[in-house]
Design a protein around this ligand. Structure first.
Ligand SMILES: Nc1ncnc2c1ncn2[C@@H]1O[C@H](COP(=O)(O)OP(=O)(O)OP(=O)(O)O)[C@@H](O)[C@H]1O
Length: 707
């Protein structure tokens, strides 16, 4: 039996074949692993090609698998599979090498040698090269193959680099370094990012060692035995299960000395990393009760219930049953409610907006006649000052920090308006209600006073961290004692959509210094859609969850497609027809598309318009079941968070709806107004970045002022 490894490209090419051909290719690989010399495989050396290591085997009469052989090591790399002629044409131009500088295993296209004839006339003035400021030696250090140097030197615009990447003339790891240089990074920055641990000496013949390096693991997966091979072949459909980017793998694996924070724009694989981290912890750190030494489980928390359901499903795909038993996935509200219930805590959560409104109106009656502050001001003050700081008394309020609030208040004013808040708290108590922040605080205080109540947890993983407030983080901190692997936090300030204050982890007892990272490659969205989404947030200051600022520098997508279509219609009916026409014309499956609107009410109108034209629709609700074939998904902007679709229709982007006028106009002051506007922008950013292939921005009547 021999070892077999697969390149990411192999699976891309495999998926282009018919299901029957795919299964024949799988059978051929399994047979090959048992007996490479098996007569039915026609193992053949392709010696006349650029790379003498290339071989082919037969999957059937017509389909060929191209592989590279490290025969001494009994290690074979499956690279590509296709019909006879196409497979050989692919192989003719490819080389597989261990990069002598970075040690990573690279597959790349070798350029045909160009005859550099002496120019008959003086050459026209040319653009400066993209990498003129970088020395050859530095390019090589970044992993550019020596043979690709002339090509890199000829690059003058971004499109040159892109096309070299897509034609595989530049291997993926080298492309990343070049991309960073082009986007303005210094050589040192790019090097630190792409080659974080350069090997001291590289043996360019030692394939097993090369495959074990993180840069290679991002593009190759090894199957040492039959069971591993079965697993790989079963998993090939979803690449994130197998091929983690080196930056993702570094975060997901290994001991961490304390809390880790991971930032990253939409679609950069934050949830994927968090899930792989959960698996690693489950396999290496956690223990399931009732084992003797109680390490405890991994708690994976999210902000919304929907995302928790998705994550549970996906963990099933990467974890063994044993590992799964050591991971608990819950949205934080669900965790805290179930914890408090066990402690006989006698309160309900105030979630009903109507009831909340009534209580506020009653409390507002306590406002002194001399004050002209509106009800909205009190609600904001409560949510952004009083609750996050757990203020329970007038004394506390007098001392409270009100940084970032738009309305100034002196001590006397605070004294005068305090009765409104006191009354509101009293009303909550007399109705046996608590807000989520209260519940988080109560749970934390309970845990602090009674450490024996602490659940057995070795680690807490937090997804969607940007939507969790400081009370939530203080509770999470109290759940697991400070120490190695204690917390793993992923989030994106660009996607904060639930009106929470920006959290400062350091102030919640979570010290992430020296343990933070940012993911930069968007795997979901085309670069065209990503750019439009990013442009909506232009000028908005985005935080890094720890009191600093985040940026989208070096954030990019490797996929391309048409620019999002932005169109204004006169009437809703035309908009609905255009959605259906786009689905038809692009050959899209309705169940792989989503129509997104800002409000439930507008979504209802859209649903009626689409259904009256014969299109069955499914409105996404709290449950996370898959949509039946032929039905079109409908969801609000809040609901699509964390999801993805082949195509999204961000619909009814009308003036007044986007940004939602009642929300923005109800702001008590200019600062709050800006915060709300930014959140409306974030909703649009979230919605657009759900698109895998195509995005549409449609409106009717008067289009939003943002388009
Ligand atoms: N290394 C990878 N290789 C291939 N696909 C990947 C990789 N990492 C992530 N993906 C894919 O990219 C998409 C986005 O991943 P994920 O949902 O984890 O991103 P995210 O950063 O949490 O996104 P968002 O913040 O927008 O919800 C998913 O389809 C995922 O399968």
């Amino acid at each position: 039996m021999v070892s077999v490894a697969f390149s990411e490209k192999y699976f891309d090419s495999l998926l282009k074949l018919t299901p029957n051909e795919q299964s024949q290719a799988n059978k051929a690989v399994m047979l090959f692993q048992q007996d490479p010399q098996h007569g039915g495989l026609h193992y053949e050396k392709l010696t006349a090609y650029k790379d003498g290591k290339l071989r082919s085997i037969r999957a059937n009469q017509d389909v060929r698998i191209i592989l590279a052989a490290a025969e001494k090591e009994e290690l074979y790399l499956m690279l590509y599979v296709d019909h006879h002629e196409a497979a050989y044409a692919w192989a003719a131009k490819r080389k597989v090498e261990i990069n002598p500088n970075t040690g990573s295993l690279q597959v790349f296209t070798v350029e045909e040698r160009r005859e550099e004839a002496a120019p008959a006339q003086p050459a026209a003035p040319t653009l400066p090269g993209l990498f003129d400021a970088i020395r050859d030696r530095q390019l090589l250090q970044l992993g550019v193959p020596e043979e690709a140097l002339p090509l890199v030197r000829r690059m003058t615009i971004e499109a040159d680099l892109e096309s070299a990447y897509h034609s595989e003339q530049i291997p993926a790891d080298a492309y990343e370094g070049l991309f960073m240089l082009m986007a303005g990074a210094s050589f040192e920055e790019a090097y630190a990012e792409v080659v974080p641990a350069a090997p001291e000496a590289v043996d360019t013949e030692d394939y097993a060692t090369a495959l074990a390096r993180p840069e290679s693991q991002a593009r190759f997966t090894v199957a040492d035995d039959e069971q591993a091979l079965q697993e790989v072949l079963n998993q090939s459909i979803e690449k994130w299960r197998v091929f983690l980017h080196p930056a993702q793998r570094r975060l997901a694996e290994g001991k961490k000395n304390g809390p880790v924070r991971v930032l990253g724009g939409a679609g950069t694989g934050k949830t994927v990393v968090a899930m792989h981290r959960a698996r690693w912890l489950a396999e290496n750190v956690a223990s399931a009760p009732p084992s003797g030494e109680e390490q405890g489980k991994v708690l994976f928390t999210t902000f919304t219930r929907n995302l928790a359901a998705d994550i549970r499903q996906n963990l099933n795909k990467i974890c063994s049953r044993q590992a799964l038993e050591r991971i608990e996935v819950l949205n934080l509200d669900a965790w805290v409610v179930s914890f408090l219930k066990k402690q006989r805590y006698d309160y309900g959560l105030l979630l009903d907006a109507q009831q909340q409104k009534r209580l506020w109106e009653e409390a507002y009656a306590e406002k002194p006649a001399t004050s002209d502050l509106g009800l909205a001001f009190f609600q904001e003050e409560w949510a952004r000052v009083i609750q996050p700081q757990s203020i329970q008394s007038l004394d506390g309020y007098k001392r409270a920090s009100r940084i970032g609030r738009g309305t100034r208040l002196n001590r006397q004013q605070r004294l005068e308006i305090w009765p409104v808040f006191e009354r509101f708290r009293h009303l909550l108590a007399s109705n046996h209600l608590k807000e989520t922040d209260d519940v988080y605080r109560d749970a934390r205080e309970l845990l602090e006073a009674n450490p024996e109540l602490r659940p057995a947890l070795c680690s807490v993983i937090v997804d969607e961290a940007q939507d969790m407030g400081s009370q939530a983080f203080m509770l999470l901190r109290a759940l697991v004692p400070p120490g190695p692997n204690d917390m793993f936090i992923v989030g994106d300030g660009h996607q904060r959509i639930y009106g929470k204050n920006k959290v400062v982890l350091g102030q919640c007892g979570i010290d992430i210094r020296g343990r933070s990272a940012r993911l930069k490659v968007n795997y979901r969205t085309t670069d065209e859609t990503r750019k439009l989404a990013v442009s909506i947030l232009e000028g908005v200051e985005v935080d890094d969850l720890d009191g600093g600022q985040d940026s989208q520098q070096f954030y990019h997508s490797l996929m391309h497609g048409p620019a999002p279509e932005v169109r204004a219609f006169e009437f809703m009916d035309e908009q609905a027809e255009a959605i259906l026409a786009a689905i038809r014309n692009h050959g899209l499956a309705p169940e792989a598309c989503c129509v997104i609107a800002r409000t439930h009410r507008e979504l209802g109108e859209l649903k009626a318009a689409l259904e009256s034209r014969g299109q069955p629709c499914r409105q996404l609700d709290g449950r996370s079941a898959s949509t039946p074939d032929g039905e079109l998904n409908l969801a609000t902007m809040h609901r699509v968070k964390g999801l993805e679709f082949d195509a999204v229709f961000v619909a009814s982007v009308n003036r007044g709806l986007v940004p939602l006028a009642p929300v923005v106009n109800a702001a008590a002051d200019a600062v709050t107004r800006r915060q709300r506007e930014n959140e409306e922008r974030a909703l649009l950013y979230v919605s657009l970045t759900r698109a895998r292939k195509l995005a549409f921005v449609y409106g009717y009547g008067q289009m939003s002022e943002w388009f």
